[in-house]
Design a protein around this ligand. Sequence first.
Ligand code: AMP
Length: 195
Amino acid sequence: MNIILIGPPGAGKGTQAETLVKGRNMVQLSTGDMLRAARTSGTEMGNMVAGVMDRGELVTDEIVIGLIEEQLTTADAAGGFIFDGFPRTLAQADALSDLLEKVGQKLDTVIQLEVNDEILVDRIVGRAAEAVAAGKEARADDNAESLKIRLMAYYKDTSPLIGYYYAKGQLQQVDGLGTIDGVGADIADALGKVG
Ligand code: AMP
């Protein structure tokens, strides 16, 4: 099964993707993780996107579509793909549907994690504080200024995808406010409806 997890920053996409990877042998494709890895290894592309990411803006469609294409054509689909943080624009959504077709796959469902904005801010500020407490470096974009820009990018560029997938009959909404296990159970129910 191939699914998209969609929701604003801090909605829990990465956390829920991890559960799906462990429980269902799915492969998580997070463009955010891929871009952070490119930065850490200091590739030309990584250096190019660093400033954009730290400000909380979106990197170009071309870059992220290229990253996803590379994974789709090389990774073993196992229990299917979880697209986490991709697509974030309508152009990316169209590219994904073309790429899936090219590799003989299809999109099964889109899960929207619904969380209210004030809770997001608390979660993200909390995530930064937890990282520091654990002696790790907080994500450079987990600060109030970048978060504002990330939220704006979400509402401006990504939230139209919700209407788009709804119109295609592929959208399922899950309340992202519960416990990790509670939200996980709701996602499992949603997947049961298509699987
Ligand atoms: P994330 O870990 O998904 O929150 O992504 C972190 C940052 O990486 C975002 O704020 C963007 O700068 C960039 N990014 C990740 N995925 C995408 C995407 N699909 N399109 C454009 N930019 C992205």
